[in-house]
Design a protein around this ligand. Structure first.
Ligand code: SAH
Length: 474
């Protein structure tokens, strides 16, 4: 994170704008909205600023900037077209630890101003850290369209009831659950349709009727997070991710997806790198039971689909035995995700009429698979966890009749900005794995369909330069 987003209380506090042109006027308008006592230092003022001056909204010093101007304000904006003046303002402010923004000169800024969606008291600030103000504005436009103007009024209504609800529920979790239910109920609809009085009445009734000590029943959500790209989450996955109390996750869940989980949910990492299980499977199963028994909504987030090589079945078995409610949300499994993003159709009328998913995970150095069934023509075989077993895999496939020239794709970190796909054949696979230092997770796809990649390739992320995307690295 290059900048910390905060909301600054400027009410009745002095701020300084150096410059009197149109750009300065835009900044002054923002400061006035925040109810700051604004002083503008500039020999001349634009028409808008003159109007505000005449309306008594600001103080004007009709002269050039002087060093002493920096003494009083708690926030400074420089918006002149003189670089030297802007630089001087910035230096003086920074020397005194006063936040300063120089319009269109990020190097001289100690803070930048975001694009704002204003549904006061609800405010959404969007920033690209100065990388692209146009993109920030585009995002703002999108958000403007999907956040009803009524949210401001809803927040104002809720503010008036906060103390009452606090008095009713002493427990924070119970309070949160009450508000979640209310904000998703007809109270919100009443506000959106302009019936504030009815909404207030309904809210009061809900407070009166609520049980101050409700018994929470814990539940477990076994959710597939897909192969890595957050856009591939299901709506249900996202909804549960945003309503859980605690998340239990492992290595396969990408950071970009973890970012979408409710901020104040407790996060429990249970590992699961190959051969490096941070927590034994039985302990994970027991952990889920314990958390649910404490009344928590437990999100067990798993890479891909929880029922495909994910041990999801084992994890809910104990829950079922103990009568703990659970639900399972499917996710896009790595084979589907990686194949799509690598431009490899898993089936194709000309090349492959069947597709098999197998795990190449070695137990005691051996892979116990039905090789004759896998080494079939017109079939695609996808190996999960197959990297370490690659030498055995190609040897056995060839020994059981597959042509050594059969194409093979290795897809590393599929569907993410770090996706890398390497094409080999069965007889060059072992060497390819040795030479390329693949990092987990990597998927191996074997079959004639792999040759279609050349024509159907579409997703080729470049290694990003920007820090923002790097923050999402696995
Ligand atoms: N339940 C998961 C699979 C877990 S097994 C699913 O349905 O996808 C873990 C294996 O999945 C990894 O060793 C790798 O072979 C594969 N895998 C998972 N995500 C992947 C990704 N983004 N790119 C490549 N392979 C992936």
């Amino acid at each position: 994170m290059d900048f910390l987003p905060i909301f600054f209380n400027l009410k009745q506090k002095p701020s300084l704008v150096v410059g009197g042109g149109k750009v300065a006027a835009r900044k002054v308008s923002l400061l006035l909205k925040a109810q700051s006592a604004v002083t503008v230092v500039a020999p001349k003022l634009s028409r808008e600023l003159v109007e505000w001056l005449e309306e008594g909204k600001l103080t004007h010093m009709a002269r050039d900037f002087a060093d002493a101007d920096i003494e009083k304000p708690v926030l400074v904006i420089a918006a002149t077209n003189n670089k030297d003046v802007n630089k001087r303002v910035s230096e003086l402010a920074q020397a005194r630890g006063i936040p300063v923004n120089v319009v269109d000169d990020p190097a001289l800024c100690s803070f930048i101003t975001p694009s704002i969606i204003d549904r006061s008291p609800v405010q959404i600030a969007v920033s690209t850290g100065g990388a692209s103000p146009v993109l920030a504005r585009m995002i703002r436009t999108k958000l403007e369209g999907c956040i009803p103007a009524g949210y401001g009024r809803l927040a104002a209504l809720v503010a008036g009831f906060r103390e009452k609800v606090k008095a009713k529920f002493t427990n924070v979790d119970q309070r949160r659950a009450f508000w979640e239910a209310i904000l998703d109920s007809s109270v919100a609809d009443q506000v959106f349709s302009g019936h504030e009085d009815e909404a207030a009445e309904e809210l009061q009734k809900a407070i009166d009727a609520a049980d101050p000590n409700p018994k929470f029943k814990g539940e477990v959500y076994l959710v597939g997070a897909g192969p890595g790209d957050p856009d591939l989450l299901t709506f249900r996955a996202l909804r549960l991710m945003q309503s859980c109390d605690v998340m239990v996750y492992d290595r396969l869940v990408s950071p970009a997806i973890r970012e979408l989980v409710r901020r104040d949910a407790e996060l429990i990492y249970v590992g699961k790198a190959r051969d490096k299980h941070t927590m034994q499977q039985e302990n994970i199963n027991e952990l889920l039971v314990r958390l649910a028994k404490e009344g928590k909504r437990v999100l067990r987030l798993k890479g891909g689909d929880p029922f495909i090589f994910g041990r999801g079945g084992e994890e809910i078995e104990l829950l079922a035995q103990q009568g703990i409610p659970f639900q399972v949300v499917p996710g896009i499994t790595a084979a589907a995700g990686c194949a799509s993003y690598a431009g490899i159709p898993l089936t194709h009328r000309d090349y492959s009429q069947a597709c098999v998913f197998v795990t190449g995970h070695l137990k005691d150095g051996s892979v116990d698979l039905n090789w004759p069934a896998l080494a079939q023509p017109n079939q695609t075989v996808v190996f999960y966890m197959g990297l370490h077993g690659a030498p055995t895999l190609c040897k056995e496939m060839i020994a059981h009749g597959m042509p050594p020239s059969t194409p093979v794709a290795l897809v590393q970190k599929g569907t993410t900005p770090e996706q890398k796909t390497i094409i080999a054949t069965l007889d060059t696979l072992e060497e390819t794995v040795k030479n390329h230092q693949f990092q987990p997770p990597t998927l191996i796809i074997v079959g004639e369909v792999v040759s279609l990649k050349e024509k159907l390739d579409w997703f080729n992320p470049k290694e990003p330069q920007g820090k923002a995307i790097k923050a999402g690295k696995w």
